[in-house]
Write a protein that binds this ligand. Structure first.
Ligand SMILES: Nc1nc2c(c(=O)[nH]1)N[C@H]1C(S)=C(S)[C@@H](COP(=O)(O)OP(=O)(O)OC[C@H]3O[C@@H](n4cnc5c(=O)[nH]c(N)nc54)[C@H](O)[C@@H]3O)O[C@H]1N2
Ligand SMILES: Nc1nc2c(c(=O)[nH]1)N[C@H]1C(S)=C(S)[C@@H](COP(=O)(O)OP(=O)(O)OC[C@H]3O[C@@H](n4cnc5c(=O)[nH]c(N)nc54)[C@H](O)[C@@H]3O)O[C@H]1N2
Ligand code: SF4
Ligand SMILES: [Mo]
Length: 703
């Protein structure tokens, strides 16, 4: 029996598993013992990865839509030439920017690198990724506050912290292995605190829960900052030596009085004081945030308000501390540094002449081929298609017909496209319904490449199974189109994922995310390697758990972290008399993944999950409205759309709040086209809605 160690390509933990293979079949999948992330454990999704060997159709070929609407199967070569010719034709007719790509945080680093090279460098198309829906806020917050998109923590910090504060984050469901690390914390008297309007599964398991009013985090965080300053519970030395703009911040937060904080957040004054005291009493306080923070209209400033708290209390760079953004998808970190959506491979400023020179030298292409302005953002791409400006779209490893905010705008957009390429492992996803070309690619079990997890750890994906006839990877599909476009020498050095990795290493040289010391072969069967890992400094970096900022130096020109702040905004989309309730959205269960295309890999989840869209409603609210368990309601959104949901009654959501799992397409039918002004990440979590009773009771299937 052969054993292959590879990486789980669902969530950002990047657990490693040992796959045991006989006759090209996975016989069992066992979480890798001793691997620093998951040491012999993993969740149901990782354990079910082997199901891809039956759920993904083998030996599929590309399909091209015909005039009569049918799909014709063609050879890969035909598929490549068709797409390449069409891309050129559209650019010829409507201009370079009439073509766009939407990439992902779930492919390998090499795959989105080559996608960026073909689409953004060579074709000068717009390329964004589904990381916009997820991590864009953290990226902007990090860049402005720290000088580089560099989350500093290592997972061990969860075990070393005495005060762990989760803000808009539900790891019990979304990052179970991370939660496992919290459970392993042996610090006597350590406390777990959750700030979430909903009594989430994590809140239920925490020592303190602050059920604030939705979208009031920024107000709460400024109020707490003001309290800490008033009581002189701050680290003057750290502030002086390692930060800038504190005095301005101090003056600014004076207006955020306890009264104002209590009134706006719905928390009592005592609760807010208690939270400030908990931060003060902690010796090693760590703050962790996820989508409850990232997905809002003032999200970047909220993330930075968390960073400000860590900076002013000196809780950064030391064991068990940090202002720590938890990443969502398996390779979101890789896509942030190597997808070439808005920056160069390895990061850096495209206006910097030295950086341009360096990248063009490494890639062996003229500087004129490199991006010289930011790409259109995701929302601008969809708006551009709806406005008739963008006529060609290629999406891969993402399902925006379901996951994009106000998703009917995506449905209407794709009908206007002359070329719509969907590249996925399943042709049954909602986004493929209107595609003009479908590229069926092999799943993670059959490919190779590199992933970077939430704590900056690179790990290897290695083919567990051999490929069948016609089976190609995302990398090869993109390379195939690149060749058909006539890229010629511009593809020198890009022949294989391994060759591409070598290029990316060189692009990272001397950058904060330097990975020049990592080798492709060395990563195999390893414990993974956290960046930075520069060549020549391997000995210095041999510790398996490394954090950044231990020396108090950040990546800004002054090496000091920045206090960044701005007045709390009036909610641009408040509830109204006509839309009096708030729809919150997020993950439903450990086994369900986003748009559920892959949930069929997890049989157990298929058996226990509701087949129809549902939402949670507060018990008192349901009683007042006369709504029974699993009774259907029609929910009308402020965005003009409506959809049907069954109601599950619970005490865990507030009166006035409805909570819908994102795993049903109805959820994003109702979310608005509202974004953070800096990151352009959608404000997914607080949509004003109203509803009507339908009166029908749904019998839960599988129960
Ligand atoms: N099982 C499973 N795991 C996953 C995923 C999955 O689909 N399924 N997806 C992965 C991905 S890509 C991501 S990004 C992560 C997401 O991980 P999380 O962000 O932890 O998950 P969410 O459920 O989206 O949102 C977290 C919490 O934010 C809260 N929230 C809503 N509004 C507010 C607010 O105004 N303030 C505060 N403080 N909180 C608020 C919600 O009530 C929710 O409990 O999960 C990853 N892991
Ligand atoms: N209302 C609301 N909406 C949200 C969110 C929310 O909290 N609330 N969260 C947002 C967030 S954080 C995220 S990350 C997005 C996720 O949104 P999406 O990225 O659209 O969701 P997924 O279902 O993960 O889509 C991944 C696709 O890749 C395919 N796939 C899997 N493996 C491979 C492969 O190797 N190659 C290729 N080519 N395809 C493959 C799968 O079949 C699937 O169709 O949703 C966002 N939408
Ligand atoms: S915790 Fe995340 S990486 Fe680990 S097995 Fe589960 S989904 Fe995969
Ligand atoms: Mo995400």
């Amino acid at each position: 029996m052969k054993k292959v160690q590879s990486t789980c390509n669902y969530c950002a933990l990047d657990c490693n598993l040992d796959f045991y293979v006989e006759d090209n079949r996975v016989v069992k999948a066992v979480p890798t013992k001793g691997y620093p992330v998951n040491d012999g454990f993993c969740c149901i999704k990782g354990l079910s990865l082997d199901k891809q060997q039956t759920t993904v159709k083998p030996n599929s070929l590309p399909k091209i839509r015909q005039e009569d609407g049918s799909m014709k199967t063609v050879s890969w070569e035909e598929g490549f030439s068709y797409v390449a010719d069409k891309l050129k034709e559209i650019q010829g007719k409507y201009g370079q920017e009439s073509v766009a790509g939407i990439s992902t945080g779930q492919l390998t680093l090499e795959e989105f690198a080559i996608f960026g090279h073909v689409m953004r460098n060579y074709l000068k198309a717009n390329v964004d990724g589904n990381t916009r829906l997820c991590m864009a806020t953290a990226v902007v917050a990090h860049k402005q506050s720290f000088g580089f998109d560099a989350p500093g923590y290592t997972l061990q910090d969860l075990e070393l912290s005495d005060t762990i504060i989760f803000i808009g984050s539900n790891p019990v469901v979304a990052h179970p292995i991370l939660w496992g690390r919290v459970r392993q914390n042996q610090v006597p008297g350590h406390k777990v605190i959750v700030i979430d309007p909903r009594k989430s599964e994590t809140a239920m398991n925490a020592d303190y829960w602050y059920g604030l009013r939705w979208r009031s985090d920024l107000l709460l965080l400024y109020t707490v900052a003001n309290l800490l300053i008033e009581k002189d519970w701050i680290d003057h030395d750290f502030i002086r030596e390692h930060t800038e703009k504190f005095e301005e911040f101090k003056d600014f937060v004076k207006a955020y009085t306890l009264e104002r904080g209590a009134e706006g957040t719905g928390l009592s004054k005592e609760q807010i004081l208690e939270l400030a005291e908990l931060i003060h009493q902690g010796k090693r306080v760590s703050f962790w945030w996820t989508m409850g923070v990232n997905q809002g209209y003032e999200a970047v400033r909220t993330a930075q308000a968390i960073i400000n708290l860590a900076l002013m209390t000196g809780n950064i760079g030391k064991p068990g501390t940090g202002a720590n953004s938890i990443t969502g998808q398996c390779n979101a970190m890789g896509s942030r540094a190597y997808s070439n959506t808005a920056v160069f491979f390895g990061g850096g400023d495209f206006t910097n002449p030295d950086r341009r020179k360096r990248i063009s030298k490494v890639l062996g292409v003229g500087e004129e081929m490199l991006a010289d302005k930011p790409t259109k953002t995701y929302n601008q791409i969809i708006e551009g298609i709806n406005a008739g400006e963008i006529k060609g779209l290629w999406i891969l490893c993402t399902n925006p017909r379901h996951s994009w905010t106000n998703n009917e705008t995506f449905a209407s957009a794709v009908k206007k496209l002359e070329l719509f390429v969907v590249q996925d492992i399943y042709d049954t996803i909602e986004s493929a319904e209107e595609c003009t070309v479908f590229f069926p690619v092999v799943p993670g079990l059959k490919k190779e490449g590199t992933y970077i997890n939430l704590e900056r750890r690179l790990s290897a994906m290695r083919p567990v199974l051999k490929r069948g006839e016609n089976e190609i990877s995302d990398y090869e599909a993109i390379l195939g189109v690149g060749k058909a476009l006539g890229m010629g020498d511009a593809l020198k050095g890009w022949e294989t994922p391994k060759a591409c990795f070598a290029l990316m290493k060189e692009c990272s040289r001397n950058m904060p995310c330097d990975i020049t010391g990592v080798t492709w072969d060395g990563l195999e069967n390893s414990h993974g390697i956290q960046w930075p890992y520069p060549e020549g400094k391997e000995e210095e970096n041999k510790e398996e758990q490394r954090r950044l900022y231990g020396d108090g130096r950040f990546f800004t020109p002054s090496k000091k972290a920045q206090f960044v702040f701005e007045e709390v905004k009036k909610n641009p989309l408040p509830t109204t008399e006509a839309f009096p309730w708030v729809l919150n959205t997020g993950r439903g269960s450990v086994g369900q993944w986003h748009t559920q295309s892959r949930t069929k890999e997890v049989k157990f989840v298929e058996d226990v999950s509701a087949k129809k869209a549902y939402l949670y409603m507060n018990a008192r609210m349901a009683q007042e409205m006369g709504i029974g368990e699993m009774e259907e309601i029609q929910v009308y959104s402020i965005n003009g759309e409506n959809a049907r949901f069954a109601v599950k009654i619970t005490e865990n959501v507030q009166y006035g709040e409805l909570y819908a799992p994102i795993h049903y397409i109805e959820c994003n039918k109702l979310t608005p086209s509202l974004y953070d002004s800096y990151s352009k990440e959608p404000s997914y979590k607080a949509t004003p809605v109203r509803f009507e009773k339908i009166g029908e009771i749904i019998k839960e299937e599988g129960k």
